[in-house]
Design a protein around this ligand. Structure first.
Ligand code: UD1
Ligand code: UDP
Length: 382
């Protein structure tokens, strides 16, 4: 039995971290053992705020650090400096970060500097290529070195951590908290308790392709190829494309230049989470370079073409519901055409399965934190 509440501080800053941590924040808040604080770096502003509103999470600290077209060095230095006084004032028993962004790495580093136990949610994903995804693969490696407790989504991710020498008693397989979020929203949409947007522009006679893309390693040439491929696909009479365009100026510029005014291509602002999940449900296929969408697609039974040469999420590729197509224009067009024209190939890839989690990861993480704090009450064990 714990004598006092466990003080936890969540640090996050971007859309995917918020989608994957808000279910954990709300789970811990529902339990009497925890005192919960939330600090957002606001590495993202608009994209983050959409998610906070959807999950009704009001941050206790908001560093409001986003700059237009920020460099990695700018974000890193400002986030570490901004977090220092917050960590000092909260003095949490455990600091929680998620994933692989600049905020993730900086949160773990700032925690390490103050000798705080850091819990890393979605630990252990690897491509073993520090340039793909860049800088996320390195952020994950560094977060692993800095963290005390490692919440791996799958057995494969846990095995990666063991292979790097992370002690077995510091690693647990929990499932991905993003699956908690998507299964909750999917079920509520199916029950009519949540609603997406009306899409009067969509033609039910055409197959819908939903696209997202934003990776740094694809800026420049990669994006030119992606956009050319989408332009070619949009010329097909049986296709309609909806593309919520990430606000990063390095994405906006090529996408708007290539695809504005094209019939059958709808460029829209980033969607709120619930309408986006609803849109994915309506899709024939998803084309994306997003980590989160790669995990959500299988739970919605949607085939996914991934605009990357390597993925740190191989489970659905091995199961055959996700295919890597890179940024090669012909490969994107060819593989999408197959899924539009070949019913057997489509059936093979459109299988509902949940390789990344069962929707109960947040509860497991809460239990693991309690048992860790009960075992190690001393703050500066590493
Ligand atoms: C970041 C993460 C990436 C994650 C992605 C999710 C890093 C290095 N990258 O990439 O891992 O997959 O978020 O979306 O942490 N911007 C806005 N409004 C917003 C968000 C971004 O205008 O709400 C624009 C700003 O000009 C900003 C730029 O996008 O400077 C880049 O944002 P940043 O967080 O540095 O990188 P992302 O490309 O979003
Ligand atoms: N998403 C969203 N609105 C959109 C596009 C994506 O809510 O218009 C969600 C998506 O469902 C997933 C997450 O954002 O949960 C993925 O975020 P992103 O692609 O920005 O980052 P990544 O997962 O690649 O790190």
């Amino acid at each position: 039995m714990l004598e006092k509440k466990i003080r936890t501080l969540f640090v996050f800053g971007t859309r995917p971290e918020a989608i994957k941590l808000c279910p954990v924040v709300n789970r811990l808040r529902s339990r009497p053992e925890f005192e919960v604080s939330v600090c957002v770096t606001a590495q993202h502003r608009g994209l983050l705020d959409q998610v906070l509103a959807a999950f009704e999470v009001v941050p206790d600290f908001d560093l409001d650090l986003m700059l237009p077209d920020q460099t990695l060095a700018q974000s890193t230095s400002r986030i570490v400096a901004g977090l220092d006084p917050v960590l000092r004032s909260v003095a949490p028993d455990m600091l929680l970060v998620q994933g692989d962004t600049t905020t993730t790495f900086c949160g773990a580093l700032a925690g390490f500097y103050q000798k705080l136990p850091v819990g890393h949610v979605e630990a252990g994903l690897r491509t073993w290529d520090i340039w793909q995804p860049f800088p996320e693969e390195m952020n994950r490696l560094l977060a692993t070195r800095l963290a005390t407790l490692h919440f791996a989504a799958t057995d494969w991710a846990a095995a990666n951590l063991f292979a790097e020498g992370v002690p077995a008693d510091r690693v647990a397989v929990t499932g991905n908290t993003g699956i908690d979020a998507v299964l909750y929203v999917r079920d509520k949409l199916e029950q009519g308790k949540l609603h997406g947007l009306d899409w009067p522009q969509l033609d039910p006679a055409r197959k819908l392709i939903v696209v997202t893309a934003h990776r740094r390693e694809s800026f420049g040439e990669g994006f030119e190829h992606i956009c050319s491929a989408l332009g070619r696909l949009a010329e097909r009479p049986d296709v309609q494309i909806v593309y919520p365009v990430h606000p990063n100026p390095n994405v906006q510029a090529p996408v708007r230049r290539h695809l504005t005014g094209r019939p059958n291509v709808l460029l829209v602002d980033p969607l709120e989470y619930v309408p986006f999940v609803d849109l994915m449900r309506r899709a024939w296929i998803l084309i994306t370079d997003s980590g989160g969408v790669q995990e959500e697609g299988p739970s919605l039974g949607k085939p996914i073409l991934v605009l990357r040469a390597k993925t740190e999420r191989p489970e659905a590729v091995q199961a055959g519901t996700v295919k890597l197509v890179g940024t090669d224009e012909d490969a994107i067009v060819r593989e999408a055409a197959r899924l539009l024209e070949d019913p057997q190939e489509y059936e093979r890839m459109a299988r509902v399965h949940n390789p990344y989690g069962d929707g109960r990861a947040s509860g497991r993480i809460a239990d693991l934190i309690v048992s860790f704090i009960t075992r190690y009450s001393c703050k500066n064990n590493s």
